[in-house]
Design a protein. Structure first.
Length: 316
């Protein structure tokens, strides 16, 4: 199979038929073998009913239905598990991503041997205040922190080699950082392509300003995991060592001062340096404990499903 199109969605019943017809037309005109995997992330409208209807007229349509809303990252993870195409394309279901971009994205992966191509919506039709400016700030911070030089981390339109999506673990709200996850997994041929952005045709956006707050928090998380995920003691142990060293220096100072320079002075317990020593010793010990706990958890954790699938459609 040439292409798997993975489409997470939430309450997009009005756009699904038009999106399906558009994708099918592109695939047929380019003679691609394909599958379209819709992941219904707990929709409360008739999205799943529409997906069922589409599957009856097109056997290439497959579906996954979550028991409730688990989030876009979990939806992508479920889609990636089932994808079987040589190239995997992800796109949003709101018609803001153009299926006409698929052939060129496919060629960049297959002919130019890229691991991942991320779309860049250079010209956007979103609100400047609510999306454009926060998005620019977010992308700048992501580039500086991750070292992945992309202009648009948030774009849902991306293309991957199959091996990439099978190796990365998309969880929490890490869908924004799939290129970073891919880089950390060893897939370094990552680039971007300017893609057409279209105004939303049906419904309302599911994302508010809080997604950028969550995005920055996730950015800190992925930086930490990238640097210290395999050895948390390297961070917490270093911080603990610094705290214990500071405490030892204060103990040495207080001891020498009391013995040789000021034997009849105030009691050590009445001096502020004594409480600084206690505080740094406690903090240092806590850092070491955090490091040990992190190492234990890392070595004993077991795989656990982060979502519950209610129904599958045309999938084994």
């Amino acid at each position: 199979m040439n292409i798997s199109v993975v489409i997470p969605l939430l309450n997009e019943q009005d756009s699904l038929t038009e999106l399906h017809d558009w994708i099918a037309s592109v695939m047929q005109s380019n003679h691609f073998s394909y599958e379209i995997i819709f992941i219904d992330d707990g929709s409360t409208d008739d999205s799943w009913k529409t997906i069922n209807q589409l599957s009856l007229k097109n056997p290439h349509v497959k579906g996954i239905r979550f028991l409730k809303n688990f989030g876009k990252s979990q939806a992508l993870h479920a889609g990636f598990e089932k994808a079987s195409g040589d190239v995997v394309i992800t796109m949003d279901a709101d018609l803001q991503d153009s299926p006409d971009e698929i052939p060129e994205l496919y060629n960049l992966i297959v002919k130019d041997q890229y691991d991942l191509i991320s779309g860049w919506k250079k010209k956007r039709y979103d609100s400047i205040i609510s999306k454009n400016l926060p998005s620019k700030l977010f992308n700048w911070a992501a580039r500086r922190t991750s070292g992945v030089k992309l202009n648009d981390f948030n774009c849902g339109l991306k293309a991957y080699r199959l091996e990439v999506v099978k190796q990365i673990d998309v969880n929490g709200e890490m869908h924004r950082y799939i290129p970073v996850l891919a880089k950390n997994a060893g897939f370094t041929k990552i680039s971007e392509k300017v893609v057409k952005h279209q105004a939303r045709k049906y419904g309302e956006t599911k994302f508010g300003m809080n997604r950028f707050i969550h995005g920055f928090l996730d950015l800190i998380t992925i930086w930490f995991i990238s640097r210290f995920g395999k050895n948390p003691m390297h961070l917490f142990g270093a911080l603990g060592f610094i705290m214990i060293t500071i405490a030892f220096c204060f103990v040495l100072y207080l001891g020498l001062d009391k013995l040789f320079f000021n034997p009849k002075g105030r009691l050590i317990t009445l001096r502020p340096e004594f409480y600084i020593t206690l505080t740094t010793m406690v903090i240092g010990t806590q850092f070491f404990v955090a490091g040990f706990l992190g190492e234990i958890i890392l070595r004993t954790k077991q795989g656990k499903k982060r979502y519950t699938i209610k129904e599958n459609l045309n999938l084994n």
